[in-house]
Design a protein around this ligand. Structure first.
Ligand SMILES: [Zn+2]
Length: 454
């Protein structure tokens, strides 16, 4: 059959969208429910005005280990409500390397790669001082860069943090005020966290924090125990969805749901580690001996710091020879690098805290010191951020996020500029792209004098 001739509009519905677009451009209106708009198509071209709030408020939510795709595991009506009426990274949010919890949470709030923000892993030793960083370290010298709560306060606004890595660190203008910065306590029920956040909206309008973040440990905790495909994950995801529903309902009750910006993210994905995917350093003994004391971490980030007098280049050469031999089981699934030779796309070599020798593992593989014949079958993350399994979610919902819009995947270091742009405050310099926020956010309406009306 011959091709039909090109028509100005492929269908009546497309014509309708264009007409709606023209009318919206002329007189922006707020949709009560915009589910009618198809995904990946938006007719909005300007931010919606605030109705009740005096100034923008951003709630940044992290669901730890929420692998991209979990949102389809079960019915997640509340998450899908945010997606349908907001902007989504269609194929997920890209974490920074290593795809671990602390490096990523701190990248999200600073816009910096771990190279720059200094939290290069969840646990590491400073080679100069010999001090060890753990997830309980709150001394400011570990935490470089300027996290969002500090930026917000520096700009004369207030911020409230709820268990975000780094939030208890008193740094610059941020002193972690007791009423807005509770100390980390994993046993605080998730419902209580949501209730506390909702309570902020009962404060006098000039006391409502402009930036609020809240953290949930799930579904990461289940993912580590049982891997990404267990029914326990499905349950945890359904529970996160229920909490999002509770947040939405509470904001609606207070008449501020459409005014508030909700940004929902995870820090990384999760992958199963079954199927005998282990490598053992003892297997390299014919080529090189790697004592336990040299190893900073095993997997997914193999970090080795040999003592003074041992050449890192020699260790890498000998390890590589062993791994390429046919006798080391799974040897081909580990690539060794001097940190200065580590792939530039991973942004993981400039900081002195990073070990001189780094091993990059294939997805789902594990490195252990020796074979104890223990079959481990669980879940892990921390692998190369190029793996789709390491991706997490990004959903933005609020006045500056177009409804039903899909954007390509992007790295989480872009979120910092997005938040400062929404709050209309001056941010610190960072690794995000200055123009990125403009490409995702709807512009504010400007009056004739050029000042921003929000
Ligand atoms: Zn995590």
């Amino acid at each position: 059959m011959a091709r039909t001739s090109v028509k100005p509009f492929a269908s009546l519905s497309e014509l309708l969208f264009v007409l709606i677009g023209i009318s919206l451009a002329a007189a922006p209106i707020v949709f009560g429910s915009a589910n009618i708009l198809k995904a990946s198509y938006s007719v909005e071209n300007v931010a919606r005005s605030l109705v009740k709030l005096r100034r923008p408020v951003v709630i940044l939510i992290s669901s730890d280990g929420f692998r991209f795709g979990y949102q389809f595991k079960t019915s997640t009506p509340n998450i899908h409500r945010l997606i349908a009426n907001g902007t989504e990274a269609e194929r997920g949010l890209i974490p920074v390397y290593p795809t671990l919890t602390f490096p990523n949470h701190y990248a999200i709030v600073t816009g910096l790669y771990p190279d720059y923000h200094g939290i290069i892993a969840n646990w590491f030793t400073d080679p100069n001082s010999g001090e060890t960083f753990t997830t309980r370290s709150h001394e400011p010298h570990w935490w470089l860069g300027e996290p969002l709560w500090q930026t917000v306060v520096k700009n004369g606004l207030s911020a409230a943090t709820y268990f975000w890595p780094g939030s208890e660190v008193k740094k610059g203008s941020w002193n972690c005020p007791p009423k807005f910065c509770p100390p980390y306590n994993a046993s605080v029920p998730f419902e209580e966290r949501v209730d506390t956040v909702l309570g902020y909206f009962d404060l006098p309008s000039n006391e409502i924090p402009s930036f609020i973040n809240v953290y949930f440990e799930d579904p990461d905790s289940q993912g580590h125990r049982v891997g990404p495909d267990d029914p326990q994950i499905t349950e945890a995801v359904a529970n996160i969805d229920r909490l999002i529903g509770k947040l939405i309902a509470g904001l609606e009750k207070r008449g501020v749901f459409d005014d508030v910006t909700i940004i929902m993210v995870g820090d990384h994905g999760m992958v199963g580690t079954c199927d005998g995917k282990s490598l053992y350093l003892e297997d390299l003994a014919p080529w090189v001996q790697i004592p336990e004391s040299w190893v900073q971490s095993y997997y997914p980030l193999l970090a080795i710091r040999p003592p003074a007098g041992v050449s890192p280049a020699e260790v890498v050469k000998n390890m590589t020879e062993g791994l390429n031999s046919s006798t080391v089981r799974n040897g081909k699934n580990l690539k060794m690098f001097l940190k200065e030779d580590f792939p530039a796309r991973l942004h993981y070599s400039a900081n002195y805290r990073i070990s001189p020798i780094i091993g990059l593992l294939d997805e789902g593989f594990m490195v252990e010191q020796r074979n104890l014949n223990q079959r481990t079958c669980a879940g892990a993350h921390g692998y190369d951020n190029a793996y789709f399994s390491m991706r997490t979610i990004f959903i933005g919902h609020g006045p500056q996020f177009a409804r039903g819009r899909k954007v390509p995947s992007f790295e989480n270091v872009q979120i910092y500029n997005m938040v400062t742009s929404i709050l209309n405050i001056q941010g610190a310099s960072n690794n995000g792209t200055a123009s990125f926020a403009n490409s995702v956010l709807l512009p504010n309406r400007c009056d004739n004098e050029g000042s921003v009306v929000v």
